[in-house]
Design a protein around this ligand. Structure first.
Ligand SMILES: [Cu+2]
Length: 488
């Protein structure tokens, strides 16, 4: 299998387009010891070899290929606009790297000499900051301070030697660009393996966007967010982490947004073994099941997956477990709350004039607290008739389960029409990693949510087989089956 990969990388490198993010999915990448230029003799090992760390998997995000130039590991990042499908049918305009937001994951070994060519294909200047790297000041990517911003069409070549280990990341150091998606993981594998060794190693990047219905561009000035993502996907489009029962698992959580996220794992206790500053000493590893990942922070958690089942892993902020939250949508979808004198566009929160960042809309579009929020209507969840819920194409049919006197209960509805069977879209998010989940599972998954699936050996092997089969069919695609016609 590695010969095809090697061939692919050579071809792409030769053609000068090896930066394409669609080249290799996380699952397809060889582990660090197998990457080109590292084991020139072609020595291969299994995941359970001693000495070599496991390659990190970033579900839904590719790894960034590289090539050797002498003793320098050379990467190529292109800052550019990205069309990203965050849930089936919801394609939004983000900014990212090499066709992906977050950008592709970079993996290197402690001690590596690294060169990253950064091309700016954005319509405005950018810069690349290496978050937490102890590198020479002129390589820091702080615009104005350590370098001129990279102009549109320009390139800056960063080069440094990395003596650190741990979970790091790269991001644009232009604040508003960060809120358009411009971040990627940068994992530095330690020279000497961490102890205890893990069998599975995952990266999850936490991001948030304010994007109203029928609009595709995030309002980066908004202070409240209605799309919360793990690796650029909102539940149920996130890809579960697949582990075999008994394996030791590391999850590297990285947050770059406006909010802090308490990430909670069901069914297991974990220990925090690393931060954005690298490995933490073992005496600090107290058990827990929720870790607060603050803005600009990374947290590595580790646990032994000894409790079989499909366990939720999610941000515990209730509003971060929802999709497309927008109070302006409430009046229309809940009928009786539609205030008099408002036309449909306004009731739905549609833009009528100017862009999302115009003077009129910018400060408070959607929901908000800031200047201009007087345009917001005060309204509670209003009564509504059960039955005949509006159907989304592809969603499973079904009526919410509510009592006969529901409308007489103060506060109703809360979750009746927000989640549950009628929101399920199992087929639309079908993929190997979801195989065998409880039917209707997807109706209860939104925002920053995914599964850690702790599987018995036979089921684990079955899913791995399905994964291989899918790769064999479409080695270059990350698309989910049956979704080709959902968007351009
Ligand atoms: Cu959160």
């Amino acid at each position: 299998m590695s010969s095809r990969r090697g061939f692919l990388q050579n071809v792409l490198a030769g053609a000068g387009i090896f930066a394409s993010a669609k080249v290799l999915s996380a699952q397809e990448m060889p582990r660090p010891g197998d990457m080109p230029g590292m084991n020139v003799k072609g020595k291969k090992g299994s995941v359970h070899d001693h000495g070599s760390p496991v390659l990190v998997e970033t579900p839904d995000v590719p790894n960034l290929p590289w090539r050797m130039d002498g003793n320098v590991k050379e990467f190529h990042l292109i800052a550019e606009p990205v069309k990203q499908e965050i849930v089936p049918g919801r394609v939004v305009d983000l900014w990212g790297y090499n066709g992906s937001a977050p950008g592709p994951t970079i993996q290197v070994n402690q001690g590596d000499r690294v060169r990253v060519m950064v091309d700016n294909h954005l319509p405005e200047a950018t810069s690349m900051h290496w978050h937490g790297f102890e590198i020479p000041n002129e390589m820091d990517g702080a615009p104005g301070a350590s370098q001129d911003p990279i102009p549109p069409g320009g390139r800056f070549v960063y080069e440094f030697t990395l003596h650190q280990e741990g979970t790091y990341f790269y991001h644009s150091h232009m604040a508003m660009q960060e809120m358009m998606g411009m971040i990627g993981a940068f994992v530095m594998h330690p020279k000497n393996s961490y102890k205890p060794r893990v069998d599975k190693d995952f990266v999850i990047i936490l991001q948030e966007y304010a994007i109203l219905p029928n609009i595709t561009v995030p309002n980066s000035m908004n202070m409240e967010f209605n799309w919360l993502t793990f690796n650029g996907k909102a539940g149920p489009a996130t890809t579960p982490l697949i582990v075999r029962r008994g394996e030791r698992v590391r999850i590297r959580l990285i947050n770059l947004g406006m909010d802090h996220h308490p990430i909670h794992l069901h069914g297991h206790q974990f220990v925090v073994t690393g931060t954005e500053g690298g490995r933490q000493p073992e005496p600090t590893w107290g058990p827990g099941n929720t870790v607060l990942v603050g803005v600009a922070q990374a947290r590595d958690v580790e646990f032994v997956a000894n409790n079989p089942g499909d366990w939720m892993l999610h941000c515990h902020l209730p509003h971060h477990m929802m999709n497309q939250m927008s109070s302006m949508v409430g009046p229309m979808s809940r009928r009786n709350g539609m205030p008099a004198g408002l036309d449909m566009e306004r009731g739905m929160g549609m833009l009528r004039q100017g862009s999302a960042t115009s003077e009129e809309n910018g400060p408070s579009l959607g929901r908000g607290l800031g200047v201009g929020s007087t345009a917001e209507q005060t309204m509670s969840n209003s009564p509504l008739k059960p039955g005949n819920p509006a159907q989304q194409q592809g969603m499973q049919m079904g009526k919410p389960d509510v009592s006969k006197d529901a409308n007489s209960v103060p506060g109703f509805p809360q979750d009746a029409f927000m989640e549950g069977p009628m929101m399920a879209m199992d087929q639309m998010v079908d993929k190997p990693e979801n195989f065998g989940l409880r039917p209707g599972w997807s109706g209860f998954m939104a925002g920053m949510m995914t599964f850690v699936r702790v599987l018995p050996p036979d089921k684990y092997d079955q899913i791995m087989e399905l994964r291989e089969k899918k790769k064999g069919n479409k080695p270059m695609k990350m698309d989910m089956p049956g979704m080709e016609n959902e968007h351009e």
